[in-house]
Design a protein around this ligand. Structure first.
Ligand SMILES: [Mn+2]
Length: 331
């Protein structure tokens, strides 16, 4: 970037927002990535950061690792077209920034960039963060990665305008479950973003998207197959449903809302949505109250996340996945 670093370049390890900004300022080109199948926090963080860098004259682009296609969320947020297809991501960027990514496999087929980039900076809020990057700005207490990105934007001297505010609001709203958690910090940032030009009503309508009519019947089938297991999770209960591979192939973007519907019926228990991404390969979303700690449960099963929202991927039959989940949930 243009200005000389006002902060000494940090060595490898944890950095504060000023240290992150110093790394970004001195980079000749920056590749910003979010996790595979990015949600609004990953996509909003990455696109906001790259937008601010570009305004300051730094070459910055955003990409998301495959093989899964990027969800419609990215199209809604990427108004300026700064997201490039995975294949066009620079092979050896000066700096690789990883937003909302807890572990290297969550870069998908861009994980190889970690070794080829000059340096890497992870900006993340997962309790299960693994320290995979050379530098990291990580706060498990932050309700969303966008909150950390906002701190970096401040250090970069980027002014919040409607474009940046919209991107940050998308991640903040999504990761806090519509401000259900995240406390006063989340609400204060939300108010600031609305003051800066974010329009929640329009944005949320765009983010929830336009679902295909055929989804109504497919959703009814999935929910009709939901099961409640009151004795699971040490008596807290488990409500689960499974989406088979054929349905996932048609409605992958739509299925993400189902786990919230399961949770609404789970009381103080745990909701699990099992999505068969390819025949015999499952992606499982877990939601709960934080007790049991779903980050711990998901980590046991090869995934990660937060105490009240986590996930993992695992091969097997549906019943094998359920058996592993029940075992991991039992105290
Ligand atoms: Mn997040």
């Amino acid at each position: 970037m243009n200005a000389a670093p006002a902060y000494p370049l940090p060595g490898p390890g944890p950095v504060d927002p000023a240290g992150a900004a110093a790394l970004l300022r001195q980079a000749r080109d920056v590749l910003v990535v979010g996790h595979v199948r990015p949600d609004a926090d990953a996509a909003g963080s990455a696109i906001a950061l790259a937008t601010a860098l570009r305004r300051a004259g730094t070459e910055a682009i955003v990409a998301f690792g495959g093989p899964d296609p990027v969800p419609g969320t990215v199209g809604v947020l990427d108004r300026d077209g700064i997201v490039v297809p995975t294949a066009e991501a620079p092979a050896a960027p000066d700096l690789l920034v990883c937003c909302d990514i807890s572990a290297a496999p969550r870069l998908g087929d861009l994980a190889g960039r970690l070794d080829r980039a000059g340096a890497s900076l992870a900006i993340d809020h997962h309790a299960s963060f693994t320290g995979f990057a050379t530098h990291h700005l990580v706060d498990p207490g932050a309700p969303a990665t966008v909150l950390l990105v906002r701190g970096v934007l401040d250090e970069l001297g980027a002014r919040l305008d409607p474009v940046l505010a919209r991107l940050l609001f998308a991640g903040l709203y999504t990761d806090t479950g519509g401000f259900r958690w995240g406390g006063a910090d989340a609400l204060r940032l939300g108010a600031e973003l609305v003051d800066a030009g974010a329009e929640p009503r329009t944005l949320l309508r765009e983010l929830s998207g336009t679902r295909p009519f055929a989804w109504l019947a497919a959703q009814a089938d999935v929910l009709a197959g939901a099961r409640s297991e009151p004795a699971a999770a040490g008596g807290a209960g488990l409500v689960w449903a499974a989406v088979d591979a054929a349905t996932t192939a048609r409605f992958r973007d739509e299925t993400v809302t189902l786990v919230g519907q399961l949770l609404a019926t789970a009381g103080d228990g745990v909701a699990a949505l099992l999505t068969e991404t390819d025949p015999g390969a499952w992606s499982v979303s877990l939601r709960g109250t934080g007790t049991p700690d779903l980050s711990r449960v998901a980590t046991t099963l090869g995934g990660g996340g937060h105490p009240a929202a986590a996930g993992f991927e695992r091969p097997g039959t549906r019943d094998e996945i359920l058996a592993a989940l029940r075992a991991a949930l039992s105290p």
